[in-house]
Design a binder for this molecule. Structure first.
Ligand SMILES: [Zn+2]
Ligand SMILES: [Zn+2]
Length: 269
């Protein structure tokens, strides 16, 4: 399984579009891995997770061809994960395609798009997913698990297996609640990609994770037998508020066996 990180930032991007904070200024000067766009991953060029507002930039930067994309998993409807207005460009005149796109997400996601035009409906299939239920999508088994992220919307993280390796994409979420732990107790993961919005700066809200929590998470996964000695760990989805400069993150994470994702990084499992 090849996991291409198209973007690795939280809502504002790093540097933020209009931001002049110290971290964003350093990111602008250093460039490279410190430049982060809104989060999405692309699995084997087949299964895409999320449609951030930087998607056209991703297409141009990585030479992607999304004209044949058939499967889009949506974690939740925050704008950094679902740029809903971009979906209009699926329709004839804006796009010439052979097949419609199917977007999968929670019932709340499907409800948000219920009012879409008939024109769009011909080119965009919506499929609602129930948490903790396996779905066969292309050659993958996809199991949505409940994230802890918003009170007013069911947000999903995804377990994706190709029959050889099993990955968990934890973005966006805070510390999981009991139902998710109960489910994960029966799962064996070869890779975990955890969000790390708060990175070095702990903030009092519990709908995102920071480095301290990722370390706790890694330990809990290990003791519960969800992960094994060869399980890969990576962190993504950074906000400037967490001071996520790449070399600092790497220096912190490397001793803990955690890789730090950056835009354009391909993780081969
Ligand atoms: Zn986000
Ligand atoms: Zn979010």
């Amino acid at each position: 399984m090849r996991v291409l990180f198209l973007g690795t930032a939280a809502a504002e991007g790093v540097p933020g579009l209009f931001c002049g904070c110290e971290v964003c200024q350093i990111a602008r000067q250093r460039g490279g891995k410190d430049l982060r766009t809104r989060s999405s991953i692309f699995i084997d060029g087949v299964l895409k997770i999320d449609l951030p507002p930087d998607t056209l930039h991703h297409v141009l930067t990585y030479g992607l061809d999304l004209s044949g994309l058939q499967h889009l998993l949506i974690t939740h409807t925050h704008e950094d994960h679902l740029a809903v207005h971009e979906l209009a460009y699926l329709t004839p005149g804006f796009a010439y395609r052979q097949q419609p796109l199917t977007a999968y997400g929670s019932e709340d996601f499907v409800r948000l798009l219920a009012g879409m035009s008939d024109n769009l409906r011909q080119w965009l299939n919506l499929q609602s997913l129930q948490p903790f239920t396996p779905y066969e999508i292309d050659r993958y088994t996809v199991i949505p698990v409940l994230a802890h992220h918003r009170e007013d919307e069911q947000c999903l993280n995804y377990v994706v297996s190709d029959g050889k390796v099993t990955l968990l994409y934890m973005c966006d979420t805070g510390w999981y609640r009991e139902a998710t732990w109960r489910y994960l107790a029966g799962v064996r993961l070869d890779a975990v990609i955890a969000e790390c919005t708060k990175a070095f700066v702990d903030a009092p809200y519990d709908t995102h994770l920071g480095l301290t929590e990722v370390l706790e998470l890694k330990e809990r996964f290990r003791t519960m037998g969800i992960t094994h000695s060869a399980t890969r760990w990576a962190i993504t989805h950074f906000s400037h508020n967490g001071r996520p400069l790449h070399q600092d993150l790497e220096a912190f994470c490397m001793p803990h066996g955690i890789e730090v994702a950056y835009d354009g990084w391909e993780m081969t499992l």
